[in-house]
Design a protein around this ligand. Sequence first.
Ligand SMILES: NC(=O)c1ccc[n+]([C@@H]2O[C@H](COP(=O)([O-])OP(=O)(O)OC[C@H]3O[C@@H](n4cnc5c(N)ncnc54)[C@H](O)[C@@H]3O)[C@@H](O)[C@H]2O)c1
Length: 250
Amino acid sequence: MRLESKVAIITGAASGIGRATAELFAKEGARVVVADIDSAGGEQTVSNIRAKGGEARFVRADISKDEDAKRISEEAARAYGRIDILVNNAAAFVFKRLEEATVEDWQRALHVNVMGTALCTKYAVEHMKKTGGGAVVNISSVHGFVGQQGYLPYAATKAALVQMSRNMASELGSYNIRVNTVCPGAVLTDHTLHRLKELGMTEEDLGAQHLLKRGSQPCESAAAILFMASEESSFVTGAFLMVDGGYTAQ
Ligand SMILES: NC(=O)c1ccc[n+]([C@@H]2O[C@H](COP(=O)([O-])OP(=O)(O)OC[C@H]3O[C@@H](n4cnc5c(N)ncnc54)[C@H](O)[C@@H]3O)[C@@H](O)[C@H]2O)c1
C-alpha cells in the first residue's frame, strides 16, 4: 500500500475527483479527512470508505473562510495526530465571459480557488513541519493553460494555482514539503455532463477534442494525484502534470 500510516486531507471530496481520490487514498492505507461544504456528499464519501474497511472522517468547511480552513487541519491533527498530505481540490466553477463577470463572480472564484487553497495549505504545513515533511497537491485544470471563451474567472484562478504551487514549493522545500499541481482535462463528472448539456454538446463531441478521443473518469485524475502525494514522486516538486488525454498537446 502506497500511503500506509499517512494522514491525508482532501478538500472538495464530497463528489467527483475529490471523492475518487479519497476512496483511492483510503484503499492505499491513508486515514482520510474529507473536507467539503456539502455535508451529505461528504458523509457519503466517508460511508463509502468505511464500507470497504477504510478510515475516514468528515469536516464540514468552507475553505474560503479562514476559521474553517484552520479547523480542517486542527480536526485532522486532533483525530489522527499528524498531517502528511493535503489535496487542494475544492473549487468554484465560475464560468463567465469578461463582460458578464461581476465583482461577486470574481470574488467567489478568487476566494475559493486561490485564497482557499492558500489558507488550507498555510494551516496544514504547520503540522507537516512538525513531523518532518509532507506533500501538497493542488488541482488546476487545462483551463489554466488554454484560452477559451466563457471561462474567465475560473481559468484565471486555475492558472494562478500553477504559479502558487511553484512559490509554495520554493518556500517549503527546505522543510521536505513537496508542492505539485495536477491539471485534469475533461472529466466526466455530473458537473461536466451538466455543462455539456448547457453547451448542446455530446460526450462524443467532447471526446473528439482529445488525442485519446474520449473524456476521462475521476479515477484517472485520482491516480495522478496519488502519484504526486506518494513517495513515488519523492524528487518532484514545483511541477505540474497534465491529465488531459492530450488536449493541450495539440
Ligand atoms: N470535472 C472536470 O472536468 C475538471 C477538469 C479540470 C479540472 N477540474 C478540477 O478538479 C477539481 C474537482 O472538480 P470536480 O469536477 O470533481 O467537481 P465537483 O463539483 O464534483 O467537486 C468539487 C467539490 O468542491 C466542493 N466545494 C466547492 N466550494 C467549496 C468551498 N468553498 N469549500 C469547501 N468545498 C467546496 C463542492 O461541494 C464539491 O464537492 C476542481 O478543482 C476542478 O477545478 C475538474
